[in-house]
Design a protein around this ligand. Structure first.
Ligand SMILES: [Fe+2]
Length: 351
C-alpha cells in the first residue's frame, strides 16, 4: 500500500522503526517521522526531514507511553558525519595551498554525491553545515520554522549553498565561511520578527527573485496594505536587527551590515535605500548570489535532490532575462566551472 502524506510518498517497507532513545536530538532531522493509527491504514507525519528536532519531541512521545516511531530516512548519520569530518579537516589546513587542495576534496565529494551519482540527498550536506557553523539559538530556529516552513527550509539551503560558493570562489578562510553561512541563514529572518509572513509576502519574495524590482509591484497589484508593503521593503533592516542580536557570535560582526543591502542594486533601483553604488564589493554580491538561484517554494528533502538544488535552479537563473544586469558574473562563472568540472569527470569515468 502506498502512502502519500503531505507530499511524501512511501510504502510501509520503506520505513524503519526507531527507538525513541536512539533518536538524535538538538539538530536537524535526517528523516521523516511517522506514527500509524490502529489498523495501519493512516499515517500521521510528526516531523519532516529538515525540521529542527529537540529533546521535547522525544519526551512528548515517551510520556505517552510510546517506545518507538516509524521513520523514513532521507540520509544517514554516517553521510552527515563524512561532511562534518571534511569541514573539520578543512578548518585545520594552514597554508593557502593546503586550503585550496582541501577545498577541492570537498567540492569533489559534493559533485560525486549530488551531481554525478545523484542518489543521495543534499540534506546530508545541509545538516553537516548546520552542525558545523550555526550560531543561532534554539528559539531563533524555532521562530523561523514556526513562522514559515518555506523560509526556514530555504534558509537551510541558501546558507549551505553559500558555503560551497565561498569555496568555489577561493574564499578559503574557515571563519569567514562560518560568518557567511550565518549571514545567508538570517538575511530574510526579518519577515518573521513580529508575526508569521503570509503567502502574499512570500510570493512577493519569489517575484522579486525572478524579476528584481517586481516584489513591491506584486503587492500593490494584489492590493496589499501599506504596512505589508513596508514590511517587505524593510525586511533587510529587520533581518539586520534580528541577526545583530547574535553579534558576539560572529568573528567579523562588521559583515552583518551586508544584510541591510542584500536587495540594493548598482543602478539605485534596489531597496530599502535605493542606493547608487559606483560598485558593490565582492562580498556584498556574494550574499545575494545564492539568494537568486534558490526559489521561495516548499522543498521536501529527498534522495537525488542535489541536481535540482545545485544545477537546475542555477541554470534557470543564468537563463533569466535580468541575469546579465546583475553584478554576480564572477560567482556565476566559478560555480559554472564547478558544474562543468563535475560533468567532465563523470564523462571521463564512463568512457
Ligand atoms: Fe531578502
Amino acid at each position: 500500500m502506498e502512502f502519500n502524506v503531505k507530499g511524501i510518498t512511501f510504502t510501509q517497507d520503506d520505513l524503519v522503526t526507531i527507538n525513541l532513545s536512539d533518536i538524535e536530538v538538538n539538530t536537524i532531522s535526517h528523516a521523516h517521522y511517522f506514527h500509524f493509527l490502529p489498523g495501519k491504514s493512516k499515517a500521521i507525519l510528526l516531523l519532516r526531514a529538515g525540521d529542527y528536532l529537540d529533546k521535547e519531541f522525544v519526551e512528548r512521545f515517551k510520556k505517552k507511553g510510546l517506545a518507538s516511531l516509524y521513520c523514513l530516512e532521507v540520509t544517514s548519520r554516517e553521510e552527515v558525519q563524512k561532511y562534518k569530518t571534511l569541514w573539520g579537516q578543512f578548518k585545520v589546513q594552514r597554508t593557502q595551498k593546503q586550503k585550496l587542495l582541501f577545498r577541492d576534496v570537498i567540492l569533489k565529494k559534493v559533485a560525486e554525491d549530488f551531481l554525478i551519482l545523484e542518489e543521495k540527498s543534499f540534506l546530508s550536506f545541509v545538516i553537516a553545515c548546520f552542525e558545523e557553523f550555526n550560531i543561532y539559538s534554539q528559539d531563533f530556529i524555532y521562530n523561523f520554522q514556526n513562522g514559515s516552513l518555506i523560509l526556514y527550509n530555504r534558509a537551510l539551503l541558501v546558507s549551505a549553498l553559500n558555503s560551497l560558493v565561498c569555496l568555489a570562489t577561493d574564499y578559503t578562510d574557515y571563519l569567514f565561511i562560518k560568518d557567511f553561512y550565518n549571514l545567508a541563514f538570517g538575511m530574510d529572518s526579518g519577515f518573521i520578527l513580529k508575526e508569521a509572513p503570509n503567502f502574499m509576502l512570500i510570493s512577493a519574495c519569489e517575484a522579486e527573485r525572478k524579476y528584481p524590482g517586481s516584489g513591491q509591484e506584486y503587492l500593490e497589484k494584489n492590493k496589499r496594505s501599506e504596512f505589508e508593503i513596508k514590511k517587505f521593503l524593510n525586511h533587510p533592516l529587520t533581518s539586520f536587527e534580528l541577526v545583530s542580536e547574535f553579534k558576539e557570535k560572529f568573528i567579523f560582526p562588521e559583515l552583518i551590515e551586508h544584510i541591510k543591502i542584500h536587495h540594493e542594486k548598482r543602478d539605485g533601483t534596489g531597496f530599502p535605500y535605493g542606493l547608487y553604488y559606483s560598485s558593490l564589493s565582492d562580498t556584498e554580491t556574494l550574499l545575494s548570489f545564492c539568494d537568486y538561484f534558490v526559489p521561495f517554494e516548499e522543498h521536501h528533502f529527498h534522495k537525488g535532490d542535489g541536481r535540482l538544488l545545485l544545477d537546475k535552479n542555477f541554470q534557470s537563473f543564468t537563463q533569466s532575462s535580468f541575469f546579465s544586469s546583475l553584478p554576480v558574473q564572477h560567482f556565476s562563472s566559478s560555480w559554472q566551472g564547478v558544474l562543468n568540472w563535475s560533468y567532465l569527470s563523470q564523462k571521463a569515468v564512463s568512457e
